[in-house]
Design a protein around this ligand. Structure first.
Ligand code: NDP
Length: 328
């Protein structure tokens, strides 16, 4: 009999996640039914949205207490009753935080693509950056693009995509080291350390011509500061609002939102799950950029299933640079 080791939701979080929110268990898996295949999970994708799934019904139902933590992941088919996914196939999909999972579908990882890229630049993360920039922000050469969470998984890719279009790209991140990485390694034009700078003042200095596009990963005060400095017809990509995910109270919205009216700005939220029809186009654009070094991808890796809770917590303390993954 095959068993799977799982990390489960022990207690719904009401603040930063910690050990008391998680449980561990080993459970048996049933025999495969027709069309199913068994995956040995090799990597987990650690994403801020998991924190939301642990606490609320959002665009997906809340994870029930006692259930395995929902998560994207990748692994290898080790048993199969599905001709499309023979033994040896490498797949990505919703694996959950566990060592083995029975699946009936998933994305096959092409030969030559490693697990890390499959879960970052060529996975949900890269697609989020691509859809935000290409389909919502639509920055043009010469425009000024501001990216928060600039040294994170989505933000680092989004900024490089805007840079490749000939924009002035200004990042916002939580340390000098992260800022140096996005300017020196990724080619952003400037980066503001929001923990030490007055963000409003720094934006006025770095975005002398105003802000045309803002890729928002954090919400809160940084969103408010940006909204005060947008140009006519600015596009605000509402991708995430991590500054509020640990806080169960709802706060009043950004005072500068009113500026969107005279500036005729567009603010658009999106959920990447609705945009998988753009995955082929995203890979077609980012593949060559990655291959010739114009797009750089960095991973923050923790080892072992039991490190997954820490990896999730890292996203909220800013311990990660680039895409956070757990290697099983
Ligand atoms: P990241 O790799 O960017 O990790 C999260 C980062 O957020 C941390 O490294 C930290 O960087 C920053 N951060 C944490 N707390 C705060 C805070 N209070 N204020 C400002 N910054 C903070 O994660 P992802 O790239 O995976 O996700 C980025 C955002 O995109 C998230 O909000 C996520 O929910 C969202 N998202 C949305 C999707 C969609 O479909 N709409 C899909 C995927 C992601 P620092 O050190 O700079 O503070």
């Amino acid at each position: 009999m095959t068993t799977t080791s799982q990390i489960t939701l022990a207690a719904t979080p009401t603040g930063p996640v910690g050990p008391s929110n998680f449980g561990e268990q080993v459970v048996p898996l049933p025999p495969l039914a027709d069309g199913e295949f068994l995956v040995a999970v090799r990597w987990l994708s650690i994403d801020p949205t998991i924190r939301g799934w642990m606490a609320y019904d959002t665009y997906l139902p809340k994870i029930a207490e006692g259930d395995v933590i929902r998560s994207l992941g990748a692994g290898e088919v080790i048993e199969s009753l599905n001709d499309k996914y023979p033994v040896g196939t490498r797949v990505t999909g919703v694996t959950g935080w566990q060592t083995h999972v029975i699946m009936s579908g998933g994305f096959t990882i092409p030969d030559g693509v490693d697990y890390e890229d499959a879960l970052s630049v060529f996975g949900m993360t890269g697609l989020t950056a691509y859809v935000g920039i290409e389909d919502i922000g639509e920055p043009k050469a010469g425009e000024t693009v501001v990216i928060s969470g600039a040294a994170g998984a989505v933000g680092s890719i989004a900024g490089q995509l805007a840079k490749a279009k000939g924009c002035r790209v200004v990042g916002i991140a939580g340390s000098d080291d992260k800022c140096n990485w996005v300017t020196d390694e990724l080619g952003f034009d400037a980066c503001i350390n929001y923990k030490t700078a007055d963000v409003g003042q720094a934006l006025r200095a770095e975005c002398a011509d105003g802000i045309d596009v803002y890729f928002d990963n954090v919400g809160g005060e940084i969103l408010n500061a940006v909204l005060g400095q947008i140009n006519d017809h600015a596009r605000i990509i509402l991708c995430g609002a991590i500054s509020g995910y640990d806080d169960p109270t709802l706060h009043a919205g950004p005072a500068n939102l009113v500026n969107a009216i005279p500036r005729r700005a567009k603010l658009q939220g999106f959920i990447v799950l609705d945009h998988y029809d753009r995955a082929g186009a995203a890979v077609a654009q980012m593949g060559p950029l990655l291959a010739d070094g114009r797009l750089k991808s960095q991973v923050h890796v923790l080892d072992g299933l039991s490190s997954a809770p820490q990896a999730l917590a890292d996203l909220f303390t800013g311990a990660n640079t680039g895409k956070t993954l757990v290697r099983l």
